[in-house]
Design a protein around this ligand. Structure first.
Ligand code: ADP
Ligand code: 5GP
Length: 188
């Protein structure tokens, strides 16, 4: 079994920004591309950020037992980790980075135990989170409201993670994340 790093946070807390930074640092990390049945956002491409499935495709993959975990993160909208992703990444000798919701994060930590580092990215406040989602400019206002409404509930999961990084000053959050990941991978 290889190593895995799990990132969870309310939407807009800065997970993608931090993960993309780490992926560019040549630490031997590879992103686990999840499957989802939400529509692509902005420049997203099938097979890069996500595998975009229809709801029917997603449900047949559930029935086939293809997922390591999956959640209905928003009503009618599934997200899940394919078993084949983890195998693909480990076979290349890399550690896996997951970007999953808080419930998925806690479940994956239980599955991988000491081979996993689970990181919760915490926004400074829900108001700042909302401003960042508006600033990102990729979601309609009703989708932003749905994400903000869930944020308080999601923040309650922070104590179940190995470590929490508050994403206030981005530079500091990036170096803290890199430090923790290198430590976990035994690279320093
Ligand atoms: P997530 O992947 O958790 O949904 P993103 O990484 O897309 O969040 O970040 C949401 C928005 O906030 C993006 O526009 C991003 O550039 C911006 N952002 C991330 N971290 C910070 C920060 N520390 N200060 C200001 N803006 C930030
Ligand atoms: P978004 O629509 O903003 O890309 O993602 C919404 C939420 O779904 C985020 O919290 C993200 O981490 C989560 N998510 C993405 N992929 C997965 C997955 O494979 N499993 C689970 N449980 N959550 C996921």
């Amino acid at each position: 079994m290889g190593k895995v790093i799990i990132f969870s946070a309310p939407s807009g807390a800065g997970k993608s920004t931090i993960i993309n930074y780490l992926l560019g640092r040549h630490l031997g990390l590879e992103f686990s591309i999840s499957a989802t049945c939400r529509a692509p956002r902005g420049e997203e491409q099938n097979g890069k950020e996500y595998y975009f499935f229809t709801q029917t495709e997603f449900e047949s993959r559930i029935a086939a037992g293809d997922f390591l975990e999956y959640e209905e993160v928003y009503p009618g909208c599934y997200y899940g980790t394919l078993k084949s992703e983890v195998e693909r990444i480990w076979n290349r000798g890399n550690a896996v980075i997951f970007d999953v919701d808080v419930v998925g994060g806690v479940n994956l930590k239980k599955k991988f135990g000491p081979e996993a580092l689970s990181v919760f990215i915490q926004p400074v406040s829900v108001a700042v989170l909302e401003q960042r989602l508006i600033g990102r400019g990729t979601d309609a206002l009703d989708k932003i409201a749905q994400r903000v409404a869930k944020a308080e509930y999601e923040m309650g999961f922070a104590p179940q993670f190995d470590t929490v990084i508050v994403n206030d000053c981005l530079e500091e959050a990036l170096s803290e994340a890199e430090e923790k990941v290198k430590n976990f991978l035994g690279q320093q």
